[in-house]
Each structure stands twice: as C-alpha cells, then as structure tokens.
Design a protein around this ligand. Structure first.
Ligand code: 5GP
Ligand code: MN
Length: 338
C-alpha cells in the first residue's frame, strides 16, 4: 500500500480527480466530498464530485453542491469523466457495491485510488487506505488528512462548514461516536470561523410542514413497540409514499425518534420503496444493529446506526425482524442504566 508521501507526490501536479460517495448521500457523504473538492481545486486539480443518486434538497445550501453530478441522471457525462480520471477518491463507503453501477465502471479503471472511511470491514479499495472505525465521521478523517499536507491549501470557512456538517449529522449533534480528538477537531473548525449555531439551523430547523406531519403519522399510525425485546419499529407502505408525496430524504432522521422511548433500545424503520424495502436501524449503548443489518438484511454500517434492504414484501421484512429478535432477547434486556 502507498504511503501518505506517495499521495503527496501524486497530488503535487494538477490531475483529473473524481470524488465519489455512497448512494443516498447523507451529510457526511456530501460534506466530506465537497470539502475535499474545494481543497483539491485550491491545489489546482480538476475535480468532479459524483454520487450514485440524488442528495436531499436540505443540503442545497452547501457550497459547491450545485456542481455535483448524479450517476443516475448524468450517466454518460460521468462515464467520460471516470474514463479520464487519474485519481479516484472514495469517501464514506467501504465497498464498491455501495456505489452500484458507478462502482462497476470505476473498477475497470487503472487510477490512483484513495479511500477514506469510518465504516466497519472496508474492502481493500485503492492504493492509499485511511480506515478508522473509531472516527465519528469521514469528515473528521478528511480534516486530519488535509492537515497531513503542511504546505497544502488553507482549510477555509467554506471547507470547515462542509466538514462540520458531516460531523454533526453523523454524531447526531455530538451524541455518539465522539472522542476527545473529535472535540479538538471541532474546536479547530470553530477557530476557522465555522458558525455552529447557524449550521444547526440550516440542517435541523428547515423542515417542510409535510415532513413534520409525516413524522406525526409514523408516530401515531405506523409505530409498533415490541416491549419484550426493547425494540420499536416504524413502517411506511407504498400508499403512505403517495399520500405524503415522500421524496428522497424525507424519511431521514425519523427512526431516531423511537430511541426517545425509555423502553426502546433497538429501533427499526421499514420503508416500502419501488423495488425494495429499505431498512434503517438505530440502537442505544453497546447493542449492535450492524450485526443484524449484516446478517439478515443485506446491509451493514456501524454498531449504533446501520441500514439494509429486503427484496420481498414489507410484511415479510417485519416478520423477519420478529423472527430473529428472540435470538437477541437476552442482550436486549441486559442493561446498564436503561
Ligand atoms: P441510514 O439508516 O441513515 O440510511 O444509514 C445508517 C448507516 O447504515 C450509514 O452508516 C450507512 O452507511 C449504513 N447503511 C445504510 N444502508 C446500507 C446498506 O444497504 N448497506 C450497508 N452496507 N450499509 C448501509
Ligand atoms: Mn459517515
């Protein structure tokens, strides 16, 4: 594997660089990609940011978000860009499967690859791999990657805003996956002029009315509590998608509300999308939903936040969860304080 010295050499002269992140990009995927784009452009590189699918409009305020290309929509243009790329930077994902068809195209290219990610079990992707499963976010890692370049471009407020976005979205505003190092990093960002109060408003206080009503619908009509297993679930069917005109990103964050219940340690959110049932998992303390997502729902992620999918009906996905929960009963009921 290459060293950081080799990365410095590769980036010493202007290159065609493609930055990619995962399907359904979240704050960390978008923040890390845009921060990296601004920084590399300041170095003189030609940079494209590409995601497999669109990002929620909530992030439209982010500097550079208007330049992002979406593989689902700009396939031809992106194929050409991938074919001409000399460097590929893969952010916030651990396997090319997470970027679908774009990954198949990228895999055919002989480029210098850099992977920066904090998910468990990263595939050996690229020539330089920065994998730290203890990092709060890819944004935190990107900040330290940038700091490795003594004579690199300044990390300005624009870059800081992007990095801070990924940090607060991936930590649930500093609730989990934090460390002393993270707080030092955030102190540095604050020194750079990042306005955390304003960013919190942009990210967490810009909901549309229909989204708050959808949250109410989930809580009032689509919630089931499995007390025996300290588990709570929400589900949305195809009809709900029509009635609430649910678009990409509209269901983001809803699963976390289940964790507000004292009696819920494991939270699961099933969404019946066009062809699959998409599932989000969240948990408290040391209960690993990553294991459940990986073993039973074709997914993965982190101990306390994971995702996956199910190819059959919504009902059978929920049944599957109910079938496996007894295997975790003891662990779910073993509690320290909660
Ligand atoms: P979310 O529930 O917010 O979509 O995802 C939570 C976490 O699980 C994120 O870290 C995300 O990367 C991961 N994740 C979500 N869906 C999948 C999936 O289908 N496969 C894998 N491996 N990870 C996923
Ligand atoms: Mn992340």
């Amino acid at each position: 594997m290459s060293s950081i010295q080799k990365v410095r050499e590769v980036l010493a002269l202007p290159k065609n660089i493609i930055i990619t992140s995962h399907r359904n990009p979240d704050g960390d995927a978008i923040g890390s990609s845009l921060a990296m784009m601004h920084w590399l452009k300041a170095m003189g590189h030609r940079v494209t940011v590409a995601f497999p699918s669109e990002f929620p409009p909530l992030y439209n305020w982010m500097p550079g978000s208007d330049q992002v290309l979406i593989y689902d929509l700009d396939t031809e243009a992106l194929n050409t860009i991938i074919d001409n790329a000399e460097v590929s930077i893969m952010l916030d994902y651990n396997s090319l499967q997470r970027i679908d068809k774009m990954g198949e195209r990228l895999a055919t290219k002989d480029v210098f690859g850099i992977l920066i990610d904090h998910h468990l079990y990263p595939d050996p992707l690229g020539d330089y791999i920065l994998s730290d499963t203890t990092a709060s976010s890819t944004c935190e890692m990107v900040y330290h990657f940038m700091r490795e370049f003594e004579h690199g471009p300044a990390i300005d407020t624009k870059i800081g805003d992007c990095l801070y976005t990924g940090i607060i979205t991936d930590t649930g505003s500093f609730q989990y996956a934090t460390s002393a190092r993270l707080f030092r990093t955030v102190a540095d960002l604050k020194d750079l002029g990042v306005d955390n109060h304003y960013l919190h408003q942009l990210i967490f206080q810009t909901m549309e009315e229909k989204n708050l009503r959808l949250l109410g619908h989930c809580i009032y009509n689509r919630m089931e509590i499995l007390e025996e297993y300290q588990t709570g679930l929400f589900f949305l069917n195809k009809h709900d998608y029509q009635v609430f005109d649910i678009q990409r990103g509209d269901t983001e964050g809803i699963v976390n509300y289940l964790l507000k219940l004292k009696k819920v340690k494991c939270a699961v959110f099933f969404r019946q999308q066009q062809t699959i049932v998409k599932i989000s998992f969240r948990s408290k303390s040391d209960f690993s939903v990553e294991e459940i997502a990986k073993n039973y729902f074709n997914g993965g992620g982190h101990r306390n936040a994971a995702g996956g999918y199910w190819k059959k009906s919504l009902g059978s996905a929920i049944d599957k969860l109910k079938e496996i929960l007894p295997l975790y009963k003891e662990e779910l009921n073993k509690s320290i304080y909660l």
